[in-house]
Design a protein around this ligand. Structure first.
Ligand code: LMR
Length: 347
């Protein structure tokens, strides 16, 4: 057959992608196939994610690959595809379900769209005051129950990873609800985040992470929200003149695999991978804050984007404006989820 991809139909890429990007993705996938020949390793785990390597997620995934290489040398190999090189927000979960990759770490905001809407509660604005509160949820029984829900989509949730708190950016300071009026804001595909932007008077536009810089540059959207490490490593400072330290909501991840892949492993490999991942995630959770602090310093040094701090009164106004979002989520998911979260947080 003359079409080399026909050997591996699972690596087909949706037709809407621009040709150049598709060519690049196919090239990478082809190289991965060559590199993962049977002589190299018994088991290759392809791990795709959408952010840069120098982020909490990028570094935690790298650590996972290192630990696996140390603990199963030459036998199990983790190949990482960062920066949405082969799969991004629109197709990565499907790629996992059909077996074109083995592991992903999507943000928790991306599970509602694939049929597990209770994850949207992580997006509630002003729900968590700090990462310790997030971890009370993610590292406890409620966190486990949420991960178990991924089984409804034939997925296995292996653990949580923090990034941190998001801040608002645009080409003007965003300090109070009035500043958001009519602004088109890029969001992840989460209904809570969309509702949050609407409650502030903005227009949410859901776009894949890998298209965000471009969309900002071409003024398709005028602003967005990010933790500092994502803002800086995507160099959004080149296309956003103002970043306001709103710290309004959390961004974190769940590492997932498919039931099919997970069940195909021997018990001992499964245990080895689960432990390596636990260790890598503990490391990632420990460096997340630090990475975001480093990004803020770098951003301040670059001087390209003005960084604004909110007064307590301004933050209170933002918080008041987004309150309807809680009620809206309460109508979409079982009430017990929200009650249980409030209880874990002692509210
Ligand atoms: C986003 O789409 O903004 C984030 O989920 C990207 C990421 O993985 O941190």
């Amino acid at each position: 057959h003359s079409d080399p991809m026909s050997m591996h139909p699972r690596l087909s890429v949706p037709a809407w992608r621009p040709a150049a990007r598709r060519g690049f993705a196919l090239l990478l996938a082809g190289l991965a196939l060559l590199a993962s020949g049977p002589a190299q390793a018994e088991l290759t785990i392809r791990f795709a994610h959408v952010v840069a390597e120098d982020t909490p997620k990028g570094l935690a995934v790298k650590r996972f690959a290192q630990l696996v290489a140390e603990r199963a040398p030459g036998r199990i190999r983790v190949v990482i595809y960062p920066s949405a090189q082969i799969y991004g927000d629109n197709d990565e979960i499907e790629a996992l379900q059909v077996g074109a990759v083995e592991m992903l770490a999507p943000s928790l905001s991306k599970f509602g769209r694939v049929g597990v809407p209770e994850f949207d509660l992580f997006d509630l604005p002003f729900l968590f005051d700090n990462l310790a509160e997030v971890q009370r949820l993610t590292q406890g029984p409620l966190g486990q129950r949420l991960l178990a829900g991924l089984g409804r989509q034939q997925l296995v949730g292996l653990g949580y990873l923090d990034n941190g708190f998001k801040h608002m950016s645009a080409n003007r300071p965003l300090l109070e609800p009035i500043d958001f009026q009519g602004l088109r804001m890029r969001v992840q595909g989460s209904r809570v985040i969309a509702a949050q932007m609407r409650a502030l008077g903005a227009i949410p536009v859901a776009l894949p992470f890998s298209q965000t810089f471009d969309a900002l540059q071409r003024q398709i959207v005028q602003g967005t929200e990010n933790p500092l490490s994502n803002f800086w490593t995507q160099r959004m400072d080149r296309v956003q003149s103002d970043l306001s330290l709103t710290q309004h909501a959390y961004l974190g991840y769940a590492v997932i695999t498919s039931q099919r892949f997970w069940r195909s492993l021997t018990n001992s490999d499964r245990a080895l991978l689960a432990q390596a991942l636990r260790d890598a995630l503990a490391y990632g959770n420990q460096i997340a804050d630090q990475q975001n602090d480093k990004a803020l310093s770098a951003l301040r040094r670059a001087g390209t984007t003005q960084v604004h701090t909110l007064s307590p009164a301004q933050r209170t106004k933002l918080r008041a404006a987004v309150q309807p979002v809680y009620e809206q989520l309460g109508q979409r998911i079982e009430r017990t989820w929200l009650n249980d979260v409030q209880q874990v947080l002692g509210r």
